[in-house]
Design a protein around this ligand. Structure first.
Ligand code: AMP
Ligand code: GLY
Length: 417
């Protein structure tokens, strides 16, 4: 099987790493990729938002499967263009990707499917905004309706800040505050059959102790020893299957990866958001634990034959990933700094610990930073404590001027808290 992966972050590096270890994959391409992905896949340049260009590249490469990583191409209809060229694609249509692309659409689907989520109002005028903020009270949760690359959501005690964010958006969803720990649960689906993966937890804030600004995610771990063992079954029944069924009923079936961002509140499990693609950095830890070869599962989803794919097999191991971000991330990340220590990790810490590249590129022989999140250092171990220790040992070998990382990824869970 020839596979083309679209994207160039650590999520795509994790996908490519798993696909490169799968004996069913005879050729692996990634467009545009990054310096780390280049070690496991052949890189091709492409404008990932241009469906025609992606379809043409897939045709030229005679790809048997295209896997679209990030949300922006999906919302732009790249999967539709590839499907129209007759090539199986892992990733939803633009219509179905609205589940991530529009928070108001997601709320509408959840209401129709009876999926538990925060109560909310969709507001387009200052009067509606004030009414909604007043109705819910603090802490205020204000979400830009459209895609905003992780910057669309403001959660604050400060009414003026909540109001200012709301008035800066064309259309906002204002909703009830959900307390309790967050869980990311992914499911692979072909629009009918739904196969859940293992739950993970992401650390969204920039600084230790969940302080500082929201980011794309500073680390993740899986499994969640503190979670109810019935969580996956419960979310399948209450959230994932009804959502997939509702989109099929609407004539816009969702195939690809359905990501449920959940809050485990005192009143039960609630959906915080849906995404239409693998999460980053949760994918790094979820795939580290998946024993089943990945390509056949993704192809089953792409072709509508997921019901024939055998049950997934998981490792007993725990996995932890720690993101190394550039100087000034998330505000104005500095790029172009040389990264050292990558070869040391490969020589000293492998194969249980490895570095997945997020924002990197080659500059001559050197690897330099090329984005806000630069590396996702991932390790597996017999439990979270061991996986953590191995991940941080590898992190300590990396040298990147001005870089930052959290030191408390999976710390509480590893201590049984
Ligand atoms: P989202 O882009 O919807 O994932 O929101 C980003 C982050 O904001 C989430 O991971 C939560 O930490 C937080 N958040 C979103 N919605 C709520 C809510 N209703 N209550 C509390 N926190 C929320
Ligand atoms: N880790 C959060 C996301 O992928 O949206």
């Amino acid at each position: 099987m020839k596979v083309l992966v679209i994207g160039g972050g650590a999520r795509e590096h994790a996908l490519c790493r798993s696909l490169s270890l799968d004996s069913a994959v005879s050729a692996l391409y990634c467009a545009p990729g990054n310096a780390g992905i280049a070690e496991v896949a052949e890189l091709r340049p492409v404008d990932a938002l241009d469906g025609g260009a992606v379809a043409a590249l897939a045709t030229e490469l005679e790809a048997d499967l295209v896997v679209v990583g990030p949300e922006a191409p999906l919302v732009a209809g790249v999967a539709d263009a590839v499907r129209a060229a007759g090539i199986p694609v892992f990733g939803p249509s633009a219509e179905a990707a609205r589940l991530e692309g529009s928070k108001a659409f997601a709320k509408d689907v959840m209401a129709a499917a009876g999926v538990p989520t925060a109560r909310s109002y969709v507001c387009t005028t200052p009067e509606e905004v004030d009414e909604a903020l007043d109705a819910f009270g603090a802490p205020y949760v204000v979400k830009d309706d459209g895609l905003a690359a992780g910057k669309g959501v403001v959660v604050t005690e400060d009414l003026a800040a909540a109001r200012a964010h709301a008035l800066g958006c064309d259309r906002v969803v204002i909703e009830e505050y959900l307390d309790g720990p967050e869980v990311s649960l992914f499911a692979i689906t072909d629009g009918v059959t739904v196969v859940p993966l293992q739950p993970a937890q992401d650390f969204k804030r920039a600084l230790d102790g969940d302080e500082g600004p929201n980011t794309g995610g500073m680390g993740a771990y899986s499994p969640l020893p503190w979670a109810d063992p019935k969580l996956v079954d419960e979310v399948m029944e209450l959230v994932l299957q009804p959502t997939v069924d509702e989109l099929r009923r609407r004539g816009t079936p969702f195939s690809g990866l359905l990501y449920a961002g959940l809050a485990i509140t005192s009143r039960g499990t609630r959906v915080i958001e849906f995404n239409a693609r693998f999460g980053d950095p949760e994918t790094q830890v979820v795939l580290a634990r998946l024993r089943t070869p990945l390509a056949g599962v993704l192809l089953g989803a792409a072709k509508g034959t997921l019901d024939a794919v055998p049950p997934l097999v998981w490792r007993e191991d725990a996995a932890v990933t720690v993101v190394i971000a550039s100087h000034n991330y998330p505000e104005t990340p500095r790029t172009g700094d040389p990264i050292e220590g990558l070869a040391e990790v490969a020589a000293e810490d492998g194969p249980d610990a490895y570095v997945l590249h997020a924002g990197t590129r080659h500059e001559g022989d050197a690897v330099v930073s090329a984005g806000g999140r630069v590396l996702s250092v991932t390790a597996t171990g017999s439990d979270l404590a061991q996986a953590r220790e191995k991940a941080y040992k590898a992190v300590a070998r990396i040298r990147l001027d001005g870089s930052q990382h959290r030191t408390d990824i999976a710390a509480k869970a590893a201590e049984g808290r």
